[in-house]
Design a protein around this ligand. Structure first.
Ligand code: NAD
Length: 486
């Protein structure tokens, strides 16, 4: 079965590669020629652990290809996944224009029955909108091929003066060809419009940084569907996971779309809750780690996503929380909880900057060493990263920023070219007034703190991911501040 993935970003590239690894023939399409050129020349445009060798393996096996040619890809594929971005509009709602554009292009090139699978995070109703668009833009003015019109090697006729003239069948064919770009020249069969298709809503739950594991060991696979035929095709695609007992949730298109928002909003709420508890712990002298640990022992709560920090970021939680709020606003529903989460998460960045200010004093002309730019470890993604927001706030207070991140420096340099980018943690610490840890990269957990201390102007550490034991750091002569356990 030929599968295509439209949009070769964090989700599309992982989905395409993993499906190819399941043994399917996969074509990944992107409008960004640079991305496709990188992939076709053996590179990889994003950082995701273990993805590069898996891409190489499947390219070598002849199951994975990359192209910018959407038209040809649509025609060759039985199943088309849409994995383009759905960034926020100004009002916080999800901008689904890329999804709509892709739906339109699929409609223009559809030549036989296809299943269109939406993997993007989209407001409820988008799958139906995709259906509407494909129906609307399918090639309408088509003269279906008629019996008796011979499309192969028609014999040329001679007119007056030996001039070649076209037979009526050739003229009919040429007219049909012009009005119907999807005519199958080999069989001479013209598709009869409208061509049937099905739309599936199959939201993605992978996490950047562990995307391959998440895709191949999902907690759940959600499939919103309307036709049994499309459901069976999806079961066939995901058969390797079905065999591994991955739980499937078959539901309606609308419910599938809502499940994705509900999951992300709930996780964003959980992070925000523990951040709020941590802030209060700071005030009352309690230890948030012990609080979170004990909370997590309760089977109804679960220990995951109970790690305090500088506020959630990334390409999903912030935008999806705002999109959920916008969806509720559209329905005149006052979703109080999600509004509070968005507000508290914005405030968390300010609280962190105030903490830095409390430790260092006036920030004017201070040199701050920042460790971590990505929104979390194991990714180069800096979209809505709390580190980037906090750096901007520090810059507005006239600080100098020295920084280091194992993977996200290139992306950061594009938007903040004036920071001092360093080779490693130690160069970053050089001459600084404070060391601030903003991303929980494993390699930041075991720094040579005595070496760091010697390099710094003042031994102040703000450990905003709580990577270190406060007592041990203080014993080395640092002024230490974490979150919720100072
Ligand atoms: P991305 O920005 O990394 O990738 C999107 C890709 O689509 C880009 O390469 C872009 O060039 C391409 N594209 C845009 N319009 C196109 C078009 N008309 N034709 C062909 N290509 C086009 O986005 P992403 O992070 O992979 O997210 C994709 C979707 O998946 C979003 O809806 C997102 O919310 C959702 N999602 C993301 C994650 C994640 O961790 N990144 C997880 C789950 C769900």
């Amino acid at each position: 079965m030929n599968i295509s993935i439209i949009g070769t970003g964090y989700v599309g590239l992982v989905t395409g590669t993993c499906l190819a690894d399941f043994g399917l023939n996969v074509i990944c399409v992107d409008q960004d020629k640079n991305k496709i050129d990188i992939l076709n020349s053996g590179g990889i445009p994003i950082y995701e652990p273990n993805l590069e060798p898996l891409i190489e393996k499947n390219i070598s096996a002849g199951r994975l290809t990359f192209t910018t040619d959407l038209k040809d890809t649509v025609r060759k594929s039985k199943v088309i996944f849409i994995a383009v971005g759905t960034p926020p509009n100004h009002d916080g709602s999800a901008d689904i224009s890329r999804v709509e554009q892709v739906a339109k292009e699929i409609a223009q090139h559809i030549n036989e029955y296809k299943v269109i699978v939406n993997k993007c995070t989209v407001p409820v109703g988008t799958a139906r909108q995709i259906k509407k668009i494909i129906n609307k833009y399918q090639h309408k003015s088509v003269i279906p091929a008629k019996a008796g019109i011979h499309l192969s090697s028609p014999s040329p006729l001679r007119g007056e003066g030996g001039v070649r003239v076209k037979s009526s069948s050739v003229i009919a064919r040429e007219q049909s060809d012009r009005s119907n770009p999807n005519l199958n020249r080999r069989t001479g069969v013209s598709p009869v419009y409208p061509i049937p298709f099905d739309v599936i809503s199959n939201p993605e739950f992978l996490r950047e940084g562990s995307a391959i594991y998440d895709f191949t060991h999902p907690d759940k696979i959600v499939i919103g569907y309307e036709s049994e035929k499309a459901k069976k095709i999806m079961q066939e695609i995901y058969r390797p996971l079905y065999l591994l007992d991955a739980p499937f949730v078959f539901t309606t298109l609308e419910t599938a779309e809502m499940i994705k928002y509900a999951c992300n909003a709930f996780l964003a709420t959980k992070i925000t809750f523990i951040n709020e508890i941590a802030n209060l712990c700071d005030k009352v002298g309690a230890n948030v780690h012990q609080v979170a640990k004990a909370m997590g022992m309760d089977g109804r709560i679960n220990p995951k996503f109970l790690h305090p920090g500088p506020g959630f970021g990334g390409s999903c939680f912030p935008k999806d929380s705002r999109a959920l709020k916008a969806m509720a606003d559209n329905q005149n529903y006052d979703f109080k909880l999600i509004k509070a989460v968005i507000e508290a998460n914005t405030r968390q960045r300010q609280i962190v900057v105030e903490k830095i200010e409390q430790c260092i004093g006036n920030l004017q002309d201070k040199t701050i060493a920042i460790l971590g730019l990505a929104f979390k470890q194991n990714t180069d993604d800096i979209r809505e990263s709390s580190a980037i927001d906090i750096i901007r706030m520090l810059l507005s207070k006239n600080c100098r920023i020295r920084c280091f991140d194992p993977m996200a420096m290139e992306n950061t340099r594009k938007i903040l070219p004036d920071l001092i980018y360093c080779q490693d943690e130690y160069e970053t610490a050089q001459g600084s007034d404070a060391l601030v840890i903003l991303t929980e990269w494993n390699q930041f957990r075991n720094l040579d703190l005595l070496k760091i201390k010697k390099l710094m102007q003042k031994p102040i550490m703000l450990d905003l991911r709580n990577l270190y034991d406060p007592e041990k750091v203080k014993a080395l002569g640092f002024q230490y501040s974490g979150i919720g356990r100072s």
